[in-house]
Design a protein around this ligand. Structure first.
Ligand code: SD4
Length: 316
């Protein structure tokens, strides 16, 4: 029996501060915070998250602070303010958060609010619910003191108007990038945030994976956390982030877990999907991983005082 086979079938027992997979003991990573984010806008996101950790914030506060950076940046045309709109010209936003206790909050199809990730955190902390959508989410945000604003910038409007002339369907890969931020703080606790304006020029009302707990993001403080970017429909169909975490629970290392989750998608598309999905993952012991289906993907990793962009190649 190969080691992995043993790990997959072995009894799983959990004892703090270690995680036991069969005969493999994974020590909890303490004192060495890690911030792992998607794409290049992950670099400034990581900086903000790092500052939050230095100021005593926990993993959840850091992940939120990180995600807010691209949300506020009009040049990030796939997130928050300046995000590319749907086919009718509406900027509609999806976001979620999940913390180390397994609590989660989410908003979908939210309009006119710049920081959906913070609204998602309010849903998690101040309501009994997990998910608010559309007009209900907007009303909740306003009641919580979030300012309403027009999120369509001149640049995004011009890009959309140009698109309406031909109405060619875009893939999320062409208009990426969702920001997902995974954090492990100095106590070893994990949390994550995910926020996006979704698939550019999508149908009015379309919601992707990013606000779906288990698809765009999943955190299990005993095992690890994972997040997605790319074609949300396919991430949802494979419960992607949850799957990555469950594979880590079975003994897969973080990168192999990301690859195995993507293999499910690749198989469904006869070995050659024409779209991108990428996963990032942090295991409880501080090991990180990532994989993408094709082309390339960049993740930003901050740890040990350095914050760097890493490029990986696609699996196919
Ligand atoms: C979505 N996953 O709405 C998002 C889009 C994305 O890089 O991540 N693009 O499907």
């Amino acid at each position: 029996m190969k080691r992995r086979d043993f790990l997959k079938t072995g009894t799983i027992g959990i004892t703090a501060p270690s995680v036991i997979f069969g005969d493999l003991k994974i020590n909890t990573n303490k004192n060495d915070p890690i911030i792992l984010s998607t794409w290049e806008h992950g670099l400034p996101a990581n900086d903000a998250a790092w500052k939050t950790l230095q100021n005593g914030g926990n993993a959840m506060a850091a992940a939120e602070a990180g995600a807010r950076v691209p949300e506020a940046d009009p040049k990030s045309t796939s997130v928050g303010f300046g995000g590319l709109p749907d086919e009718k010209g509406n900027v509609t936003l999806d976001a979620c958060v999940m913390d180390s206790t397994g609590n989660a909050g989410s908003v979908a199809f939210l309009q006119n609010i710049k920081h959906p990730v913070s609204v998602a955190r309010k849903v998690m902390e101040d309501t009994k619910h997990v998910m608010l959508v559309g007009e209900g989410a907007r009303q909740f945000a306003v009641a919580q003191g979030f300012e309403e604003m027009n999120l369509l910038t001149e640049e995004s409007r011009a890009a959309w108007e140009k698109w309406t002339k031909k109405r060619r369907e875009m893939t999320p890969h062409e208009t990426h990038d969702t920001i997902s931020v995974l954090v492990q703080d100095k106590n070893g606790d994990l949390a994550g945030a995910c926020t996006t304006s979704g698939w550019a020029y999508k149908l009015y009302g379309r919601v992707g994976d990013s606000p779906i707990i288990g698809a765009g993001l999943f955190v299990d403080n005993e095992i690890g956390c994972a997040a997605a970017t790319g074609l949300g429909e396919e991430v949802i169909k494979t419960t992607g982030s949850f799957l990555v975490v469950e594979l880590m629970r079975q003994g897969y290392d973080p990168t192999t877990a990301c690859e195995e989750a993507l293999n499910r998608v690749i198989k469904r598309h006869n070995g050659n999907p024409d779209f991108q999905i990428a996963y990032i993952a942090i295991r409880k012991d501080g090991k990180i991983g990532s994989a993408c289906i094709k082309w390339s993907f960049e993740y930003a990793l901050a740890r040990g005082g350095a914050n760097k962009l890493h490029k990986i190649k696609g699996m196919i």
